[in-house]
Each structure stands twice: as C-alpha cells, then as structure tokens.
Design a protein around this ligand. Structure first.
Ligand SMILES: [Zn+2]
Ligand SMILES: [Zn+2]
Length: 289
C-alpha cells in the first residue's frame, strides 16, 4: 500500500481520509513542525495511519506551503497538480531538513536535534571523525533483476564518488562495519542494536530507501522495490547506483538539498549517479573543519 497523498485539489476546510494521508506524509518528512527527540509520537505517527478523518486545518496548510517552498513549487497551500505529482514520486525517506523555520535559518543546534530525531537511539554527531571507514553489505536484494556482483559494484561505486572529493578510504568487511547496507521490507529493525527502525517501508513506490546520519552508519533499501543496475527510465525500476550515491551522502552527514538537480534532492531518479557541485562543496565544507 502506497500511502501518499494523491487527491488533487485538496484544500483548507476539507476533511476525510485523504487529509489523514496528507498529514501523515507531511509529518513523516518534517513539515508539521518539530517534536522533542525524546517524544516518540512522531515515530508512532510515521508508523501507522489510523482510519480517522482529519480536517485540513491551518497547521496542515502551513505544512503544505512549507513542502511547496522547500521543493520550489508555487506556495498555494493547496494540493495542486504539481504538488501531488511530486509527492507521488519515489523518494528517499530521510526527513527534508527545513532550511528555514519561521523565516530564519536553522542554527546548528536545531539541526542536531533533527538528526537526533531521525536516529533517536544513537548519539548524534553530524560527521565522522576519521577518514578510514569500513563498510559491509549485510545482505542482497531478493529481486532477480540485479546480480550480487552488480550490487557490490553499485555500493563500491557510490562510495568511490564521495572518496573522489574527500579523502575517505573505505574498506569492506564481512561483519558489521562503520557503514552498513541492508535490504529490508515494511517494518524492519536497525541492523545493529535490534531496535525498530523509526520508518517503515510501504511496499512498491513511495519511500525506496533511507539512511541515517553519522555515526549511525545504516542505509536501508526497500526490498519490495525492483532494483536494477541500469539507468533506464522505467518508472518501476530503481537504479541502485543512483540510490547508493544519494544514501551514502546521508551516511557521511549531508542533508537533503532543495535543488531538483542535486544528487541530494529527495526524489529518486534513475541515472542520477554523479555528485553535483552543491554536494561536492557541502561535503568538502563538512570535512574541512
Ligand atoms: Zn535522502
Ligand atoms: Zn529503516
């Protein structure tokens, strides 16, 4: 079941299950305000949708406007066609860091709080304190459209892109490592720690992968997706090379970009496999200090 808002024209004052789905979506990606990292309600909210009928209130309207602003759409506050089209795209599950909060740029402390919220059980720092990192491919997709060798190559390719601009050295291990790549479905656990991942996958479409900021070192790929090693245009295939580059960006500490061209833009796009200038400059800045 893909739980993504799809009703074009939904607006303030409307009510019903579609509004509930919209609220869930906005909450999941950080557009309904901040919650305390110790408050698990957000995660509860992201986990299940009650069959209740919400009303499209001011808070939801503000959330829609923030989503539109972050994604450089017209800020109508209404679920117009462009907004629904974007919401329906396959995407990364990492929260969209809001560059602005009530008109001001988020300070570092607020970003840390957000990072803590995404990986609530792991002490949050935003970068690795070493350049020698180990990695481990803990399992492979059960899909038959990509070989295991090709999955190894996709992860190695993703790591290499970042190592080309910051002097990381990645060493592969057969045991849990600094960076762990895991295919999982629906409700799933963190690979390490045996606690439940705060975000469920929802089958084909919607979220296709998510990863956690340092020092968590976990990247989860939805095994219900059809992963491939070709950058083809099929709307049902997911390019593992593209997803690997993007998710490794999070593993190394980068947030989502507002620019649709950026490798760190949340929407998954087959064939988008190379670092963009903004990401290169962001990762260099992060590791130069
Ligand atoms: Zn992402
Ligand atoms: Zn997960």
């Amino acid at each position: 079941m893909i739980i993504v808002p799809s009703q074009v024209g939904l607006k303030s004052g409307d009510s019903g299950f579609e509004v509930t789905i919209l609220k869930h979506f906005l909450m999941q990606y950080g557009y309904l305000g901040y919650t305390d990292s110790t408050n698990d309600q957000k995660h509860q909210g992201a986990r299940s949708i009650d069959l209740q009928h919400e009303t499209f209130n001011e808070l939801i309207e503000t959330g829609v406007k923030q989503y539109q602003e972050f994604n450089q759409l017209n800020t109508t506050g209404v679920l117009d066609k462009d907004t629904v089209r974007l919401m329906l795209q396959p995407r990364c599950g990492v929260i969209d860091i809001q560059a602005k909060k009530e008109g001001k740029v988020m300070d570092e402390k607020e970003e840390m709080t957000l990072a803590a919220r995404i990986a609530p059980n792991i002490a949050s720092v935003s970068k690795w304190n070493k350049f020698n990192l180990t990695y481990s491919i803990r399992n492979y997709t059960t899909g038959i459209d990509i070989s295991q060798e090709s999955q190894d190559m996709a992860i190695a390719y993703g790591l290499e892109q970042w190592a080309n601009v910051v002097p990381f050295e990645f060493t592969r291990l057969d045991q849990p490592a600094d960076l762990n790549f895991i295919f999982c479905r629906l409700r799933h656990n963190y690979h390490r720690g045996n606690t439940t991942c705060p975000t469920d996958f929802t089958g084909v479409g919607g979220q296709v992968a998510h990863a956690f900021f340092p020092l968590s070192g976990e990247a989860h790929f939805d095994d219900d997706e059809t992963w491939v090693d070709t950058p083809d245009e099929s709307q049902f295939n997911r390019d593992l090379y593209a997803a690997a580059v993007h998710e490794i960006g999070h593993l190394l500490g980068l947030n989502h970009s507002q620019s649709p061209d950026s490798i760190m833009y949340a929407t998954h796009q087959n064939g988008k496999r190379t670092l963009t200038e903004d990401a290169i400059s962001d990762i260099k800045n992060l590791y130069s200090s």
